[in-house]
Design a protein around this ligand. Structure first.
Ligand code: AMP
Ligand code: MG
Length: 406
């Protein structure tokens, strides 16, 4: 028996960041930059107005006040998108809109609210100083400056900056492409009515959803029969398009545990008992020339999803250049709202609901119980040496993917 930490450690020291790839900025959402990025142009790219109002020479309106307004002739209108090179001579003004280029010579904008809004001549009722309500060229970003560093995770704000700074494509660690396949003679495809003795292949849809939830790209192969040849051929066929493969089923002590039978002694595959509940039988290793990481998870649905959270998700994040800051990864503190028990010598992952930080068991804890799994928000992680948790005890929880906002 090995510990959860030992198994995760073996996984994380085996996987590596996927070779960088150039993507359009929108496709790169959720990816991590593989190199520093510099701005192709300045932001703003030209000096422009920060307000709807009137472009002026500030010295012309230095004495303006409600009781002593300054009247100026309005000699033009500048809308956002105006590309003409305009000039403003002293003693005159132009109406200008937010984002419109400042005419040469003008050095301030009087907001429309500080005027009578005149179209031919305007009464300015407030003094202005040089630079007021003006956005200077390059004040946000200077052309050629590093705007984002290698290692930055790209979200909407970063994507906007790249686009605005003239960067349409970036080199990133791509999303891992993850093949999901399940094994078992009892499986029928989702949407089919199982005959007596059969069950719907819920694992492959669950893990496909989980792969998407961690920001990787799933390829769902679905159910493969407990047949050594079929499984071997399917795996060989999938290796070419996979950065990682996840299987479920066939790794315990049964008579037809085909995954273990086919993959024992292949590549660097190793099958272990991990001191955890649920999820004890685990297999991991690499297959093929490209050394594709393969996770063989147990078949019970709860075991499979727990294993995904504890082992696969950290590995996929690391492959995408997003290593976890620490072990245990992503734990949040909570408080037990009721008694919980755990077997000695195993790390227990109890399905719990979270109401603020109050954790309660989410129903039956059997590893086949999808009803309780679906009601849960998080996994309460009870260490190996703890057998009893009392109400009020602090506990660590691993939020379930996609339930963070619950
Ligand atoms: P195994 O690990 O293959 O012995 O399967 C353990 C349990 O998980 C059995 O009750 C299986 O029927 C169930 N199981 C295996 N694969 C799946 C699957 N793809 N979807 C739902 N349940 C499964
Ligand atoms: Mg099976």
């Amino acid at each position: 028996m090995i510990s959860v930490e030992q198994h995760l450690d073996r996984i994380l020291t085996t996987v590596s960041v996927i070779r960088p790839f150039e993507l359009g900025v929108l496709d790169a959402q959720g990816c991590v930059l593989a190199e520093d990025v510099t701005a192709r142009g300045s932001l703003p790219g030209f000096t422009n107005s920060a307000m709807d109002g009137y472009a002026v020479h500030a010295s012309d309106v230095a004495g303006a006040a409600p009781e002593s307004p300054v009247v100026l002739p309005v000699v033009g209108d500048i809308a956002a998108g105006n590309t003409a090179a305009l000039s403003l001579v002293p003693g005159q003004t132009m109406r200008i809109m937010t984002g419109a280029p400042m005419p040469r010579g003008a050095d301030a904008v009087v907001p429309v609210e500080a005027t009578d809004g005149g179209l031919v001549r305007v009464e300015v009722r407030k003094a202005s100083v040089v630079g007021q309500h003006v956005r200077e060229v390059g004040e946000d970003v200077e052309s050629g400056a590093v705007i984002l560093r290698a290692g930055t995770l790209l979200g909407p704000g970063q994507i906007a900056l790249l686009a605005a700074a003239g960067v349409a494509r970036v080199r990133v660690a791509p999303r891992p492409r993850v093949v999901v396949l399940s094994t078992g003679d009892e499986l029928v495809e989702v949407g089919r009515t199982p005959a007596f003795g059969q069950i719907v292949d819920s694992n492959s849809v669950m893990l496909t959803a989980a792969v998407t939830a961690v920001g990787a790209t799933p390829y769902r192969v679905g159910g493969v029969r407990d047949d050594a040849r079929q499984l071997r051929e399917t795996l060989e066929g999938q290796l070419v398009r996979a950065d990682a493969i996840i299987t479920t089923g066939g790794v315990s002590m049964g008579a037809f545990d085909t995954v273990k039978e086919v993959l024992s002694r292949v590549g660097t595959m190793q099958f272990d008992k991990v001191a955890m509940r649920p999820g004890m039988p685990q297999g991991f290793g690499t297959l093929g020339e490209e050394k594709v990481p393969v996770f063989t998870l147990p078949g019970n649905p709860v075991s499979a999803l727990v294993s995904f959270h504890v082992f696969v998700a950290p590995a996929l994040r690391a492959m995408a250049g997003r290593p976890e800051p620490s072990f245990p990864p992503g734990y949040v503190p909570a408080v037990a709202a009721e008694p919980m028990t755990s077997v000695p010598g195993k790390m227990e992952f109890l399905r719990v609901t979270l109401d603020d930080d109050q954790a309660r068991l989410a129903g039956g804890q059997g590893s086949h119980m999808l009803g309780a799994l679906a009601a849960a928000d998080a996994l309460a992680v009870i260490p190996e040496d703890v057998t009893q948790v009392r109400p009020g005890d602090p506990i660590e929880c691993l939020p379930l993917l996609g339930r963070e906002g619950q």
